[in-house]
Design a protein around this ligand. Structure first.
Ligand code: AMP
Ligand code: GLY
Length: 417
């Protein structure tokens, strides 16, 4: 279920998987249509989700985006007796409510930024005065990665918080976490936690991390600047304690638990949890996966993850670069014709096929172009070479995905004193 480049990446992995006999994507995009059957679906309608899964006789439903999960799609599918990869609505609150995530982390002893929720504009200035710049102000609900402002200017922080409050959304103020970010995806089946390769996402729209936050403009994996044991350390310190706390609360997590972390001078700290695969990191991570994906998803969905052998990965690196529509992340221009997007490694996100056969843009993030190679430099070179023939009027992409890591310029800060 879903219609982004993440779902196209999952669909490509499943289409190449010898253990998959039939594959459909609902509602999909112009890219998923090339590798799978397309099923019409309003993903916000759980009854329709169950009908589609039943009619199609699905053996496994994989839910891509957070919206349906928070809305109980996985519960509905499981209640219909069909295995589903994705957490219950209760467990999806780890992403759906930042306040809930903070409460779980606090109970589990997992480090994260200190925070205050403000739900009344009259309390904003007092709350802000507790923090020092840079200020971090977030929407306390689902915001597709665009509800966050990080600014050294208190007026910018105030204005964002007031805007959220005016729209009826509580604002979450947080202490700033220094250090490079990492995304760790883990398959979670109750207390069993199996990490995938650590990745790094690029949230800002422009090169050198300039401009506003987006849903993600590119990613690479693994992280050459991190030690070999990073994933295991993060599982032990962060993800396993949270999975255990969810079990203890009677709302065990099943599916993909994504920890977005800052590797700070004080150790790893959680920026956010997501209840599903990340976009665009998935496009890079799955490019290196060698174990059949269906086996991992089905084992997670049916409670047998602990019995699976170690995951196998290709050597080397993967890079993905997002091609965004003009105007993204504010108001993207839609309906522009896309050409040159048939090549290898080109994944579709906001695309649709017009009646005349042309593929046109239908979302802010339009394509994700993936390259792999023996190292990060080779993977970067392949991704940018594959992007070369792509044409979309007004589009933009970052030219520096993975560049600092390639140059050895990413380091975890060292504690002072
Ligand atoms: P989120 O939607 O919570 O993942 O935030 C989006 C982006 O904002 C993150 O990937 C970070 O780049 C930045 N960010 C969020 N919270 C913090 C924080 N407490 N300290 C530093 N950067 C943050
Ligand atoms: N890569 C950011 C997200 O999927 O939320």
């Amino acid at each position: 279920m879903g219609s982004g480049a993440r779902e196209h990446a999952i669909a490509v992995a499943l289409a190449q998987d010898p253990e998959v006999t039939a594959l459909a994507v609902a509602p999909g995009n112009a890219g998923t249509a090339a590798v799978s059957e397309q099923l019409g679906l309003d993903v916000t309608d759980n009854g329709a989700v169950v009908d589609v899964a039943r009619t199609w006789k699905a053996d496994l439903v994989v839910v891509g985006p957070e919206g349906p999960l928070v809305n109980g799609a996985a519960d509905a599918v499981r209640e219909a007796g069909i295995p589903c990869f994705g957490p219950s609505a209760e467990a999806a609150r780890i992403e759906g409510s930042k306040a809930f995530a903070k409460a779980v982390m606090s109970a589990a002893g997992v480090p994260t930024a200190s925070s205050v929720v403000v739900d009344n504009p009259a309390h904003l200035d007092t709350a802000l005065s507790v923090f020092t710049p840079p200020y971090v102000v977030k929407d306390d609900g689902l915001a597709a990665g665009k509800g966050v402002v990080v600014s050294g200017d208190v007026e910018v922080a105030r204005a964002h918080a007031l805007g959220l409050l005016a729209a009826g959304h509580p604002a979450l103020l947080e202490s700033f976490l220094d250090g490079p970010e990492a995304s760790l995806f883990c398959l979670v089946d109750d207390a069993t936690v199996v990490p995938l390769l650590p990745a790094q996402d690029f949230k800002r729209v422009g090169d050198d991390d300039s401009g506003p936050n987006t849903g993600g403009m590119g990613a690479y994996c693994p992280l050459p600047w991190a030690g070999e044991g990073l994933a295991e350390e993060l599982v032990a310190r962060v993800v396993a304690p949270v999975a255990e706390e969810m079990v203890r609360r009677g709302t065990p997590f099943t599916g993909l638990l994504y920890a977005g972390l800052a590797l700070t001078s004080q150790g790893p700290a959680v920026i956010e949890f997501n209840c599903r695969f990340g976009d665009p990191e998935t496009q890079a991570v799955l490019a290196l996966l060698r174990t059949p994906l269906s086996r991992l998803l089905l084992a997670t969905a049916t409670g047998t993850l602990a019995e699976q052998p170690a995951i196998e990965w290709a050597e080397g690196s993967a890079v993905t670069v997002v091609v965004a529509a003009e105007g993204y992340p504010a108001t993207p221009r839609l309906g522009d014709v896309i050409t040159g997007a048939e090549g290898e490694g080109v994944l579709h996100a906001g695309t649709r096929r017009r009646d005349d056969g042309a593929v046109v843009s239908s979302g802010g993030r339009v394509l994700s172009v993936v390259g792999t190679g023996t190292d990060l430099a080779a993977a970067r070179a392949e991704a940018y070479a594959r992007l070369e023939p792509v044409r979309l009027a007004g589009s933009h992409h970052r030219t520096d995905i993975g560049l600092k890591a390639e140059r050895g310029e990413v380091t975890v800060p060292v504690a002072q004193g």
